[in-house]
Design a protein around this ligand. Structure first.
Ligand SMILES: Nc1ncnc2c1ncn2[C@@H]1O[C@H](COP(=O)(O)OP(=O)(O)O)[C@@H](O)[C@H]1O
Ligand SMILES: [Mg+2]
Length: 214
């Protein structure tokens, strides 16, 4: 379903270039649950953003259902990001001036579907907080909100960047059980994690080291 072919991505900072991804190739099949692991700075977030259509690689291609993600027109590129992919960002990226409910509704591809938003809010123990703003939430509550926002439009692929990185063990388990549910319903999951316990939920591990797959 997803084909990453010979991707290289360099960053330039203060005049020097740094190779964050070095000729990375991988395939992801529908229904896969893969963990991307590796030390800090090894390129995990860059790889996830590249797959999500958010960072264009310098070299190489990303194919989704046979189509090059970076050769789509604007409309189709947006559809890919919005409908095919659900992204849980490392820093949540909730909009501060929207409530929990509104943050989630904003990313719902279909017409705002109050019922299904409330179903997930209840499941994530957030229903009583639906009118709160991000600044009024704990880290775990923000993370669960970001998770619902990522899956509310029923994407094919969930890309989750260290979703349990800031959570205590209890909140980590809640989040991982939600991700596992998404997978059991047929979703495809790519999970970046440097926490071995979370990575163990995956059926396959992809290891990065200094921008290379090992
Ligand atoms: N926008 C950027 N500009 C310059 N360097 C960056 C940028 N984003 C990431 N990097 C560098 O690229 C490397 C890989 O980053 P990243 O993909 O975030 O790794 P990871 O998620 O595995 O910690 C790091 O050394 C990081 O400092
Ligand atoms: Mg990262």
């Amino acid at each position: 379903m997803l084909e990453v072919k010979n991707i290289t991505k360099t960053y330039t900072k203060n005049g020097s270039t740094f190779t964050a991804l070095n000729d990375v190739s991988l395939n992801v099949d529908k229904g896969d649950f893969a963990a991307i692991v590796g030390p800090s700075g090894s390129g995990k977030s860059t790889l996830l953003h590249t797959i999500g259509g958010l960072i264009k690689p310098d070299l190489g291609q990303v194919f989704y259902k046979g189509e090059n993600v970076y050769e789509k027109n604007n409309r189709n590129a947006n559809l890919y990001r919005k409908k095919s992919i659900g992204f849980v960002f490392q820093q949540f990226h909730l909009l501060p001036y929207l409530s929990v409910f509104e943050n989630i509704r904003m990313s719902d591809g279909k017409k705002a579907n109050k019922k299904s938003i409330e179903y997930y809010l209840e499941k994530c123990l957030l229903l009583s907080l639906k009118n709160k703003y991000p600044s009024e939430l704990s880290v775990g509550e923000k993370q669960r909100t970001a998770f619902i926002r990522a899956i509310i439009s029923e994407p094919d692929i969930l890309l989750a960047d260290e979703p349990t990185g800031n959570l205590d063990p209890e909140n980590s388990r809640i989040l991982m059980s939600l991700i596992t549910d998404f997978h059991k319903k047929g979703g495809t999951v790519l999970l970046v994690s440097h926490d071995a316990e979370s990575a163990n939920y995956a059926s396959r591990k992809i290891t990065l080291q200094q921008g290379k797959l090992i």
